[in-house]
Write a protein that binds this ligand. Sequence first.
Ligand SMILES: Cc1cc2nc3c(=O)[nH]c(=O)nc-3n(C[C@H](O)[C@H](O)[C@H](O)COP(=O)(O)OP(=O)(O)OC[C@H]3O[C@@H](n4cnc5c(N)ncnc54)[C@H](O)[C@@H]3O)c2cc1C
Length: 353
Amino acid sequence: MWIPYNYFTMHTLHPIIHKHISLKPYHTFGINVLAAGLAQFESLGQLQALLATAEAQQFKKLLVLGGGSNVLFTQPFDGLVLKNNIDGITVVAEDDEQVWVKAGAGVNWHALVMHAVNHGWGGIENLALIPGCVGAGPMQNIGAYGVELQSVFHQLEAYHLHDKTCVSFSLADCSFGYRDSVFKRALKGQFVILSVTLRLQKQPKFNVGYGAIRTQLEEMGVQELTLQAVSNAVIAIRQSKLPDPAVLGNAGSFFKNPTVDASVFASIQQQFSAVVGYPQANGMVKLAAGWLIEQCGLKGFRLGQAGVHGKQALVLVNHGNTTGTEVLALSKMVIAAVQSKFGVVLEAEVNVY
Ligand SMILES: Cc1cc2nc3c(=O)[nH]c(=O)nc-3n(C[C@H](O)[C@H](O)[C@H](O)COP(=O)(O)OP(=O)(O)OC[C@H]3O[C@@H](n4cnc5c(N)ncnc54)[C@H](O)[C@@H]3O)c2cc1C
């Protein structure tokens, strides 16, 4: 039997650790910052080998990266960056109505969405074109256009860096919230997510009530809803509104949409009648952070090479050669301006290092 040479080299060779390497190509803000080391892994075995080397070489800290589309580096990373490339999409179970799909943490998220759409499996079509990898999805319970990962999440497998064991997490274990999970809080930095299993629907239930999806479908002349049509509408909206990181460095929404007490919302509304609020199940009201920033006159504002995006004020961008500290300074200016005008404190969605 002929076995490609790469088969062995990919899965058995100890991955190389590159020392003092620029992280610029490894994250979408495109900031030139050095890491003490960087290595890529494609299997649990390779990860374990790398962790042993990292211990022997006394790397001070570790950071797992997927596509680097939700990080901002404000200083050199004084540790080992582990780029997760674990591949593979498999159906692990199915019945008449549902299919359980397991994807390696290094699978590109949008590729997984397209795989589901092409197989007629519903549930993640509204999450098309979110950059990054599957393994980072549960970190912040990725969401867009009225759908969050938690609505299709079944379980994930993760490797505990200290105990050196693999652990399964159910939906309840993940404590998902709005752009939030246990991995951003109590278990921060403790686990490497290896794979994620989603429960998708063979008879899709479409969710087109949010944002501009319906209008976009009309503009596209769509008569009958299909997974392709909905994902195409989402892709078209995203491409028209959000900067492409390949052209203008960014990490998507820099801030979370804040939630405030209904009484706070009422008093903001008294002063600013155009304010839009989305009532939440817990009685709080969610505000659009982009709108708040825009009202402060900051849309398109620049601080050196860092800027607030001209079309979507929620996104901070790299106009060419900015630094992480400059972006951070801009984010603090934005937070201060919104707080002073509305009394609302914005919180970063991006992971700052
Ligand atoms: C243009 C643009 C649009 C975006 N739109 C959206 C959107 O609509 N909705 C949304 O929710 N997000 C959005 N994002 C943010 C981002 O794409 C998501 O958060 C995505 O899930 C990040 O994936 P990543 O692989 O790039 O993660 P990274 O940036 O590599 O990592 C993010 C965090 O997760 C950790 N991490 C990554 N992989 C693992 C792993 N395997 N195990 C443990 N920890 C891990 C990292 O250490 C880091 O703390 C957008 C970003 C951009 C640039």
